[in-house]
Write a protein that binds this ligand. Structure first.
Ligand code: AKG
Ligand code: FE2
Length: 286
């Protein structure tokens, strides 16, 4: 098991094969360097002025969300057709999927290895059956990612480890001991490349022993019927909401899910609350 690298023009089947066998894959140079620089300059000024205080969030790591409002250019990454096609396949056991979280992550000098985790433990450690992923994660490199500067470290193949009960999931989360040198691999990649990994894959931000900051933009997706990690209904002004394309609004969650989740009033399309001209029959939004 390893992290494999595919070129930007790889077909979806090749990406799916990697995700099935390793739970992760890097797509090289999916966006150009000027897009990277623009997104970085939009988002970096919004990084929290001080790092987080806990080990998971990272004592030398700064973050910022509200990516849609803060970086018009980053919207194209959230809606990148290749990413959406791969996510659709990865989460095909649900009627649809939605944006879960979009966040810039700056891992500063001196950062320790982030505790290894599954992103889908966010759902109170519910032991979703193996093969039933509830999230799909992307990590876009906005600087080069190296083993030294904190490239995300992954345990390829660990998406197949089954947690058969809540107790088992909780105990795994608490006691997981991974020898990071031997069992994890660094997703080294150049700025403009993107790492894909499943919600069930063990991973964490790597330690940063350099003098420079590693910056990534993580964009994650989740099943339409689950609660989003970053609340997408808050924090966007009506000016921003007015300029967003319909497909992005739908991806943010202004749509139905499963058979009847997410309407308002009497089976009304949720988008009608903010953009009445886009209203559809509720069932058409599923
Ligand atoms: O920054 C990274 O490389 C990974 C961060 C991560 O996995 C997380 O915060 O959930
Ligand atoms: Fe994570």
């Amino acid at each position: 098991m390893t992290i494999n690298y595919l070129s930007a023009d790889s077909d979806i089947e090749a990406i799916e094969t990697e995700l099935k066998s390793n739970g992760c894959v890097v797509i090289e140079d999916l966006i150009d360097k000027s897009t990277v620089e623009q997104i970085k300059s939009d988002l970096v000024p919004h990084l929290t002025p001080t790092p987080a205080k806990d080990k998971f969030a990272g004592r030398h790591t700064k973050r910022a969300g509200l990516v849609i409002a803060r970086s018009p250019k980053a919207r194209a990454l959230i809606m990148h057709p290749k990413v959406l096609e791969v996510t659709e396949k990865a989460l095909s056991h649900s009627t649809n999927f939605q944006l879960h979280n979009a966040q810039v992550l700056a891992v500063g000098p001196g950062s320790a290895l982030q505790p290894i985790h599954r992103d889908q433990w966010a759902f109170d450690f519910f032991p979703f059956p193996s093969g039933f992923d509830t999230t799909f994660s992307t990590m876009w490199a906005l600087t080069d990612f190296t083993a030294e500067n904190g490239a995300t470290r992954l345990v390829p193949g660990s998406h197949k480890v089954n947690e058969s009960s809540l107790e088992e999931a909780l105990s795994t989360a608490k006691n997981l001991t991974i020898n990071f040198e031997e069992e994890t691999e660094a997703a080294e990649m150049e700025a403009g490349s993107v790492l894909f990994y499943t919600g069930s894959l063990y991973h964490g931000a790597g330690p940063n022993s350099t003098e420079s900051v590693r910056i990534g933009l993580t964009i994650q997706y989740t099943l339409g019927w689950l609660r989003q990690e970053e609340n997408q209904y808050l924090g966007n002004s009506s000016e921003v909401l007015d300029e967003l394309p319909e497909d992005l609004l739908r991806l943010m969650g202004y749509k139905g899910a499963a058979s009847s989740l997410g309407f308002y009033d009497n089976l009304k399309d949720p988008v009608a609350a903010i953009r009445p001209e886009l209203e559809k029959d509720f069932n058409e939004t599923l």
